[in-house]
Design a protein around this ligand. Structure first.
Ligand SMILES: CC(C)(COP(=O)(O)OP(=O)(O)OC[C@H]1O[C@@H](n2cnc3c(N)ncnc32)[C@H](O)[C@@H]1OP(=O)(O)O)[C@@H](O)C(=O)NCCC(=O)NCCS
Length: 150
């Protein structure tokens, strides 16, 4: 898929929080106030980055990653936690553009391993990740606390 003309991928600031939340809202969002505070806290972290995709001054997607030193290997490792594209803008190469920029930045930083997790049946996300070199598979298990809502 061709990447869209006029699409800008750049580092997010606090001014983008409303835009990020509006993208979340088109896919899934439980509590807006909680989300706003969570994004504020994340943006304050040292080794954490959010990138937004912007089209005509509107945030249409975002991706994040955090970087930690590896104990095992002599390099840093990065993990992508979120990749979301506005529902009306999916399937136009925006997810790919965001992912490519994270790969470019983490490659430049000399990061040896880049991880991303997704649900096993998310074929769209899996197709995107595999196409961009995420071919080694790990198994990420989750335990939901008894009584916790999901
Ligand atoms: C997954 C997601 C981020 C992809 O972003 P996107 O902008 O729609 O994806 P792109 O247009 O860049 O497409 C990239 C690849 O996705 C796959 N893809 C796109 N649309 C697809 C569809 N309708 N069915 C299956 N695969 C599809 C293809 O592999 C495509 O590669 P191509 O260039 O060969 O066509 C987006 O759909 C999304 O936000 N989904 C909801 C949230 C989510 O699941 N996030 C990821 C898990 S954390």
């Amino acid at each position: 898929m061709e990447s869209m003309s006029g699409l800008i991928v750049r580092q997010a600031t606090r001014r983008d929080i409303a835009g990020i939340i509006s993208v979340f809202k088109t896919v899934y969002l439980q509590d807006e106030d909680w989300a706003r505070q969570a994004i504020e806290q994340l943006l304050d972290l040292q080794n954490y980055t959010i990138l937004v995709a912007e089209l005509n001054d509107t945030v249409v997607g975002f991706i994040d990653y955090y970087v930690l030193p590896s104990i095992w290997e002599k390099w840093d490792e990065a993990t992508i936690n979120y990749l979301f594209v506005h529902k009306d803008y999916q399937g136009r190469g925006i997810g790919a553009a965001l992912l490519k920029e994270v790969i470019r930045q983490t490659d430049k930083m000399g990061i040896g391993e880049l991880h991303v997790g997704t649900e096993k049946d998310n074929t769209r996300a899996l197709g995107l990740y595999r196409k961009h070199g995420f071919t080694k598979e790990y198994l990420l298990l989750e335990r939901v606390k008894e009584g916790a809502e999901s």
